[in-house]
Design a protein around this ligand. Structure first.
Ligand code: PEP
Length: 251
């Protein structure tokens, strides 16, 4: 069992922003990075798809920040109106894509089998797949957190996933955008069980991010928990100062 790769902090902008905001936010992050003399962790920003090209242009002069997408289709090409193939994202300069975010599982009825196919497509296209799993509030209240997370993990992890191609994001659905977070002990418990499960899949060393209301105020405590290999940040990633402060909180 290893947790040896650099921590990764990814910003999921969701369906927010504009072209101007994309440029401004990345310029601010670039200035912060310059001022610090380098990146304190691996940093990824995931703007909405229409702004990926603008972001790629801005990031061409900011080597410490990588580009990611929020989703991809499982097929390499074809009759899928409105969808985006992983190869197209790679062509735009993306290094990562999120798959299986709870908002996609919920809003678009994506089952783990679909998430697995998307993750496999991302990896085949040379992208790192950030695979999201997490229980609802009802699951947790029913004592089913570990069962639900394990089931999602087993169903969503593509064959042959490894530390270089895959990242897991544990995101309790009830913590996303609510300001609520599990206790450090609860986060540690789920991350340890994900780590044990990944070891069974021979996916040793895969980073396990925590996501759900990560803010500058709680980032250092969360990022210090055993087996937490970084953070997936929603709301706070729309503010350059807040996102940078979270990145700087990496141990
Ligand atoms: C997310 O949607 O991935 C997320 C973690 O959101 P927030 O940080 O706003 O809770």
């Amino acid at each position: 069992m290893t947790d040896s790769l650099r921590p990764l902090v990814a910003g999921n902008w969701k369906m927010n922003g504009s072209r101007a905001m994309t440029r401004d936010l990345l310029v601010s992050l670039g200035a912060a990075l310059d001022g610090a003399g380098g990146a304190p962790c691996e940093i990824v920003v995931c703007p909405p798809a229409p702004y990926l090209a603008d972001a790629a242009r801005a990031l061409a002069s900011i080597p410490g920040i990588a580009l990611g997408a929020q989703d991809c289709h499982a097929a390499a090409s074809g009759a899928h109106t409105g969808d985006i193939a992983a190869g197209m994202l790679a062509d735009l300069g993306c290094l990562y894509t999120i798959v299986g975010h709870s908002e996609r599982r919920g809003d678009h009825g994506e089952a783990s089998a679909t998430v697995k196919a998307k993750a496999a497509a991302a990896i085949a296209a040379g992208l790192g797949a950030i695979v999201c799993v997490g229980e609802t509030g009802a699951d947790r209240a029913a004592g089913r957190t570990e069962a639900v997370v394990s089931e999602q993990l087993d169903g969503s992890l593509p064959d042959g996933a490894g530390a270089e191609s895959c990242v897991i994001a544990y995101e309790p659905v009830w913590a996303i955008g609510t300001g609520q977070t599990p206790t450090p002990a609860e986060i540690g418990e789920v991350h340890a069980s994900i780590r044990a499960r990944l070891d069974r899949h021979l996916a040793c060393g895969v980073r396990i991010l925590y996501g759900g209301s990560v803010k500058p105020e709680n980032a250092a405590a969360i990022l210090a928990i055993a087996h937490v290999g970084g953070a997936l940040v929603g709301g706070a990633s729309l503010d350059a100062d807040a996102f940078w402060s979270i990145c700087r909180s990496c141990p």
